[in-house]
Design a protein around this ligand. Sequence first.
Ligand SMILES: Cc1cc2nc3c(=O)[nH]c(=O)nc-3n(C[C@H](O)[C@H](O)[C@H](O)COP(=O)(O)OP(=O)(O)OC[C@H]3O[C@@H](n4cnc5c(N)ncnc54)[C@H](O)[C@@H]3O)c2cc1C
Ligand code: FES
Length: 262
Amino acid sequence: MTAATTLHDVTVVSNEPAAEGLVRVVLSAPALAAALEPGQFVNLAVPGDASQILRIPLSFSRADAAGGTFEIVYAVVGDGTRRLSRMRPGDATTAVGPCGNPWPLPVGAARACVVAGGVGVTPIVACARMLAASGTAFDAVVGAQTAARLWGTAELAALGAGEVAVTTDDGTAGRRGFTTDALAELLAARSYDVVYACGPEVMMAGVARLCREAGTRCLVSMERMMCCGFGACGTCNVAMADGTYKSCCKDGPVFDAEEVAW
Ligand SMILES: Cc1cc2nc3c(=O)[nH]c(=O)nc-3n(C[C@H](O)[C@H](O)[C@H](O)COP(=O)(O)OP(=O)(O)OC[C@H]3O[C@@H](n4cnc5c(N)ncnc54)[C@H](O)[C@@H]3O)c2cc1C
Ligand code: FES
């Protein structure tokens, strides 16, 4: 049972570069940090521009209930994330959360694989923490455009990933290619009970196809433009394979890949 979604006061603890174009922010909000489950997200207000009233939906990579903090790795892509990157320790704001549904734990699974593309690595590191805490063995695939934009490989290795396969578009780290190339090889060599994926939608569609062919369950974390973040406004619809729509913020962001109309 997930905690109720409410408004929380949040204070910036640190906000430092994690890789090229990526920033790691640690936020203090004890009740929220204690309530967050891997795969859920927060809807964060970023002060500094009164004309921007929308919050920014962001997943987290680590929640420390004892310390009252949680960590988000985010890409600076537009005005809101640029303003967020300028926030300094001690700055205050608010977050709505916890939002959405968490990654489900595998039921009696012997081995899982986590697949991250770009900044999709944020909820995937949280997923790996969940797997490690439950004693589930897992491998990881992490892809980025280039070596300088990679984050999360050290975290995944430290969490006990059996193998961390790295791919970059330009071959500057790991193998040159896409995460789906590395996943196809792992699926051919090993048997997984479940694959967890987050990244660009085209990547997740490819991961879903490979898993279907291998007969492996696949869970994906989807992204949509969002306004409210808790199911009230209808902006974040995801088309389902059965012709219906579900809200990314309330019914997701985690979906079984077989449910989604790719
Ligand atoms: C559930 C969820 C979890 C997310 N977790 C993370 C995370 O952990 N780290 C991270 O870096 N980003 C994450 N995102 C994406 C993040 O919300 C957007 O990058 C952010 O809202 C962009 O805001 P902006 O004002 O900087 O950019 P804008 O100026 O609003 O837009 C810049 C670019 O980002 C795109 N964009 C804007 N909002 C979204 C969105 N909600 N989803 C996808 N693309 C968007 C726009 O289409 C545009 O191309 C998540 C999104 C969702 C829905
Ligand atoms: S963002 Fe409002 S319903 Fe999902």
